[in-house]
Design a protein around this ligand. Structure first.
Ligand code: BGC
Length: 616
C-alpha cells in the first residue's frame, strides 16, 4: 500500500519483514539535590543524567533525563526550574513529559495533565534533547514550585534557593552514579550490584548466554566456529518447548537452559550472565502472516491455555531461587501488539483486537514476569519498515502505554522495548539520512523510503524511545535492536554515496540495505550477520542482541506439512510476485527453505559471507 502523507491515510504494512552521525556517548548521571521552604512541605530530590556527543570540536548534542522525586507533601501541579551554567547550553523543544521552555539560561518545565499530581514519595521522569557549545556542565541546583530541591523533607528555616548545595552525587538520598556508558539513569546499574539485583540495564557489564544447541549447529557449518560462541536467544515457541524433549526430539527445555546458564555464570568469574528467552505463543500468533502461526487459537480457549499452560509454568521455573543470580531477559511477544494497529483488515488480527486477547495475554505475561526480581521485560516494537510512519508509530506507542498502564505495576512492568526482531532492516544507512535531499527532492519521496520518517533502525529505535517516554514510560526504559541478520556486507554493499541527481537512483545506489523492498521479511537473499551483541552501543540503547538465531529459517519456501501449526506464507516463496504490503515486488527470499525455526544451512552460509562488520 502506498502511503500518502497528505491524506493522513493509516499505513497498513508489513510485519517483521522496510546517516546517523557518529555519536560518542559520554553518559553521566548525577544526582543533585536542593532544599525546603521554611513554611512547608515542598521538598524534592532530582537526578539529572545526560548522554552527550560531539558533532564538531567544541559543539555537540545531548539527551538529558531527569527524575524528580517529591520527598515532601503531595503536590498538585508543579513548575520545575534550573539554570544552565553555560550560555551555550540549549534545550531543543519540545522535550518530553513536561511543557519545556527556556529563557536565557533559565529552563522551566511545567507538568502535563497525567503527571500533575505527585504524591508524597512519588517520582516523575522528564527529559529533553539539547545542544551545547563549549561544554555541557550539570546544572548546580533545581527547584520545584520555587523551592530549591535538596532531598530533605525537614523544613529548614535557613534554607534558601541561593544556599543550595552544589551538584554532588552524595548530596541526595537518591544519589547513585551509574556507569558512564549507561544510556539512562540507573540507580542500580553498578557492576558491583549484588547478584540478582534488578539493574537498569541487564546487559551492562554482563556476558551473554551461549545456547549449546544453536552453538553446535553453527560450529558444524564451514566457517561457523567464528560465531558459534555468540549469545543467541532461546525461543519458547510452543508449550512443549518449555520442557525437555524426549525420544526423537531432544531439545533443551527452559530448566536445561537455565541450569546451563548457571554453569556458564559460575565459569565466567564475577561477571553476571544475561540469558534471553523469547515469549512467543499468544493465541492467534502472528495474525497477519502464516509462516509462524502457532498452536493456540482465541476461538479455542487459547487465552486461558496461554496463561495456565504457557506463562504460569515459565514463570514458575524462572522464579526458582537457584536462578536468582541470572539476569533473565524476556522478549515479550513479537509480531503482536503492532498488528492491532496496522493489520486489522486481517480477520485473525481483528479477532485478537476485539476479544482483547493480545493485550490481555501481554499484560498477563508482564505481570507474571515482572514480579520476578531478576527477570527483565522487553516488549516488541516492530521495526522502522513497519511502524516508521507517524500514523503507525504514535498509535502503537499509545497502545503500548495503555497496555502497560493496565498491568499491576504499570509502566514499571516494562524494562524496555526491542526493534527489528527477526527482521533485516539496516542498523544505520551510512550514506544518507532522512533529511537528505537530492536535487531539491527529499529522499522520503523515493520509492524505497516511501514517506517513512526513518531510513534505518537505530534512528527509529531512539525516536521510538523518546515517543514512549512522552507517553508516560520512565526514562529508564532502554531499547534493544536485533542485529543478528541486518549486516548487509559482502560485495553488493555500496562503498560511497551515489552521485545521481534522480532521487530513486540516488537512494538505490546509496543504500546498504539491499532488499528488493523494505517490506520483505523472509529468508532474505544477500543479508549478512549484523553487529555482534554489545551493551550500551548508542544513546538510549541497552544493547544490540541476536534474538533470531542466524541459520534458523523464517518460513518454508513451499508448503511443508508439519505438526507445529506453521503455515506457508508466500512471502517466503522466491517466485512470488508480491502483494500490496511489499509494493508488489519480488520477495527476495532464498529457495529451498525449511519450516520456520528449522535449520537452514544455505542461509547460514550466506549470513557468514555477507557479515557486516565482516568476521575477523
Ligand atoms: C519460528 C519459531 C522459531 C523462531 C526462531 C520463528 O519464526 O516461528 O518456531 O523458534 O523463529 O528461529
Amino acid at each position: 500500500m502506498r502511503f500518502t502523507p497528505r491524506s493522513g491515510a493509516a499505513r497498513s504494512l508489513v510485519r517483521r519483514g522496510l546517516v546517523a552521525a557518529s555519536v560518542l556517548a559520554l553518559g553521566s548521571t548525577m544526582a543533585v539535590a536542593a532544599a525546603t521552604s521554611a513554611s512547608a512541605a515542598v521538598a524534592c530530590s532530582v537526578t539529572y543524567s545526560t548522554n552527550e556527543w560531539t558533532s564538531s570540536p567544541g559543539n555537540g548534542g545531548f539527551t538529558a533525563n531527569l527524575t524528580i522525586t517529591n520527598v515532601g507533601d503531595a503536590v498538585d501541579g508543579w513548575t520545575f526550574a534550573f539554570m544552565f551554567p553555560n550560555s551555550g547550553q540549549k534545550v531543543t523543544l519540545p522535550g518530553w513529559s513536561a511543557n519545556w521552555s527556556q529563557s536565557g539560561s533559565k529552563v522551566t518545565a511545567t507538568n502535563l495533565d497525567w503527571n500533575k499530581t505527585l504524591a508524597s514519595g512519588a517520582s516523575t521522569s522528564i527529559g529533553f534533547n539539547g545542544t551545547w557549545s563549549g561544554s555541557n556542565p550539570t546544572p548546580p541546583s533545581f527547584s520545584l514550585n520555587g523551592v530549591t530541591c535538596n532531598g530533605t523533607s525537614s523544613p529548614s528555616p535557613s534554607a534558601s534557593p541561593s544556599s543550595s548545595p552544589s551538584a554532588s552525587p552524595s548530596a541526595s538520598p537518591s544519589a547513585s552514579p551509574s556507569p558512564s556508558s549507561s544510556p539512562s539513569p540507573s540507580p542500580s546499574t553498578s557492576p558491583s550490584s549484588p547478584p540478582g539485583t534488578h539493574v537498569d540495564n541487564p546487559y551492562d557489564g554482563a556476558d551473554g548466554y551461549v545456547n549449546p544447541d544453536w552453538s553446535a549447529k553453527a560450529a558444524s557449518e564451514p566457517g561457523g566456529s567464528k560465531v558459534a560462541k555468540t549469545s543467541t536467544a532461546i525461543w519458547l515457541d510452543r508449550i512443549a518447548a518449555i520442557t525437555s524433549g524426549s525420544a526423537g526430539d531432544n531439545h533443551m527445555g527452559l530448566r536445561d537452559h537455565l541450569d546451563e546458564a548457571v554453569r556458564q555464570d559460575a565459569a565466567n568469574g564475577s561477571k553476571p550472565l544475561t540469558i534471553e528467552v523469547v515469549i512467543y505463543n499468544l493465541p492467534n500468533r502472528d495474525c497477519s502472516a502464516l509462516a509462524s502461526n502457532g498452536e493456540l487459537l482465541i476461538a479455542q480457549n487459547g487465552l486461558n491455555r496461554y496463561k495456565t499452560e504457557y506463562i504460569d509454568p515459565i514463570a514458575a521455573i524462572m522464579a526458582d531461587p537457584k536462578y536468582a543470580n541470572l539476569r533473565i531477559v524476556s522478549i515479550v511477544e513479537i509480531d503482536s501488539l503492532p498488528n492491532l494497529v496496522t493489520n486489522l483488515n486481517v480477520a485473525k488480527c481483528s479477532e485478537a483486537k476485539s476479544t482483547g486477547a493480545y493485550v490481555q495475554g501481554v499484560q498477563y505475561a508482564l505481570n507474571k514476569l515482572h514480579a520476578i526480581r531478576n527477570v527483565y521485560t522487553y516488549v516488541d516494537a516492530g521495526h522502522h519498515g513497519w511502524l516508521g510512519w507517524d500514523t503507525n508509530l504514535g498509535p502503537s506507542a499509545d497502545l503500548f502505554a495503555e497496555t502497560a498502564r493496565g498491568t499491576t505495576a504499570g509502566y514499571a512492568s516494562v524494562d524496555g522495548f526491542i526493534t527489528n526482531t527477526a527482521n533485516y532492516s539496516a542498523l544505520t544507512e551510512p550514506y544518507f539520512t532522512i533529511d537528505t535531499k537530492v536535487n531539491g527532492t527529499t529522499v522520503r519521496q523515493s520509492r524505497w523510503v516511501d514517506w517513512n520518517q526513518y531510513v534505518d533502525e537505530l534512528t527509529y529505535a531512539q525516536a521510538f524511545r523518546n515517543t514512549l517516554i512522552s507517553k508516560g514510560f520512565p526514562s529508564t526504559i532502554g531499547m534493544l535492536i536485533d542485529t543478528s541478520r541486518n549486516g548487509w556486507g559482502g560485495t553488493a554493499r555500496p562503498s560511497k554515496v551515489s552521485t545521481s541527481t534522480d532521487v530513486n537512483t540516488f537512494v538505490n545506489e546509496s543504500r546498504v540495505d539491499r532488499r528488493i523492498h523494505a517490506g520483505n521479511w523472509c529468508n532474505q537473499s544477500g543479508a549478512g550477520l549484523g553487529e555482534r551483541p554489545k551493551a550500551n552501543p548508542a544513546p538510549g540503547l541497552d544493547a544490540y542482541v541476536w534474538i533470531k538465531p542466524p541459520g534458523e529459517s523464517d518460513g518454508s519456501s513451499s508448503a511443508i506439512p508439519n505438526d507445529e501449526g506453521k503455515g506457508f506464507d508466500r512471502m517466503c516463496d522466491p517466485t512470488y510476485t508480491g502483494n500490496e504490503r511489499n509494493g508488489n515486488s519480488m520477495t527476495g527470499a532464498l529457495a529451498n527453505a525449511p519450516v520456520s525455526g528449522h535449520w537452514f544451512s544455505a542461509q547460514f552460509q550466506e549470513l557468514l559471507k555477507n557479515a557486516y562488520p565482516p568476521l575477523s
